[in-house]
Design a protein around this ligand. Structure first.
Ligand code: CP
Ligand code: NVA
Length: 292
């Protein structure tokens, strides 16, 4: 049974197929999802992921049903087992954004059909796939790139680090707070192409093809990390350390003035809108992979 709870659920061939389908479906129309019903549960806010999945399903002629988590009988006394087993009697696929990754695992255990993580507190695989698609579109390759990540160790970084295992020699240099690193290093699936730094180092940043960041405090975070991470803000000084072909990326939504300054996110190196647009392209690649 196919699932995409983490990038590590994919094999190299799955990832390559998703990239290829994304490229194909960007220019051609297919009736792939006729008579297929997707359940969409968004327990947390979403603009891009929700809309790009809905539009992607529409463009491939499928149907989606919005399921409001707070309206399910799960919130009264019904179990996860009964809730998700019953859902699989009606639905073909489930797309689920949740506050707690364990809920996604529970859903996977009882929903008898394919399931996609639309973001959990732990990972955001659809974002990582889409971001590698954007890098390929921009640089012509996903290999031999130097990605600089500035700020928090969160769900988006977790999936990015997993996803670079599908590239050849692309590296992620993470600039973060040491306490945050110590709290997270055993939770992350780190690999040899990921390195951590706790102070700004111009010699490393100067090699960047791409500088990436995300909010310092994510939806699920209990503590505010703004002060802890302020020295890792992406501003014009950081971008000026990079070469002339480098780009700035952010999954959005951005807290302008916090993790990134306005001149950078609106500046000539920023490709955040292309990145957002490509969420739709990559979702269709994921949907095709799921349905084959
Ligand atoms: N990047 C992203 O997942 O955005 P949304 O939270 O708006 O879906
Ligand atoms: N890390 C962010 C990503 C939002 C798309 C969050 O979880 O809030």
């Amino acid at each position: 049974m196919k699932k995409l709870l983490h990038i590590s659920d994919l094999k190299q061939k799955d990832f390559d197929d998703i990239m290829r389908y994304s490229i194909e479906l960007n220019t051609t129309k297919e009736n792939l999802l006729s008579n297929k019903n997707f359940g969409l549960i968004f327990e947390k806010n979403s603009t891009r992921t929700r809309l790009s999945f809905k539009v992607g399903i529409n463009q491939l002629n499928g149907n989606y049903i919005d399921i409001r988590f707070d309206e399910l009988n799960l919130n009264r006394f019904e179990s996860y087992e009964d809730t998700f087993e019953v859902m699989s009697c009606y639905l073909d696929y489930l797309i689920f954004r949740t506050t707690d990754h364990n809920k996604l695992e529970l859903a996977y255990n009882f929903f008898k059909k394919p399931i996609i993580n639309a973001l959990s507190d732990k990972s955001h695989p659809c974002q990582a796939i889409s971001d590698l698609y954007t890098l390929k579109e921009n640089f012509g390759t996903i290999n031999d790139l130097n990605i600089i990540w500035m700020g928090d160790m969160n769900n988006v970084l977790f999936s990015l680090i997993e996803a670079i295992s599908f590239t050849k020699n692309t590296k992620v240099d993470v600039f973060t707070d040491k306490e945050i690193y110590l709290q997270n290093k055993d939770i992350f699936n780190l690999n040899e192409n990921t390195n951590f730094h706790f102070d700004i180092d111009e010699s490393i940043i100067s090699r960047a093809n791409c500088v990436m960041t995300d909010v310092f405090t994510s939806m699920n975070d209990k503590e505010d990390k703004e002060n802890l991470l302020s020295k890792f803000q992406v501003n014009s000084k950081i971008m000026s350390m990079t070469n002339k072909n480098s780009v700035f990326m952010h999954c959005l939504p951005a807290k302008i003035g916090s993790e990134v300054t306005e001149d950078v996110i609106k500046g000539e190196k920023s490709i955040v809108l292309t990145q957002a647009k490509n969420r739709l392209v990559a979702q269709k690649g994921i949907l095709k992979w799921l349905n084959i």
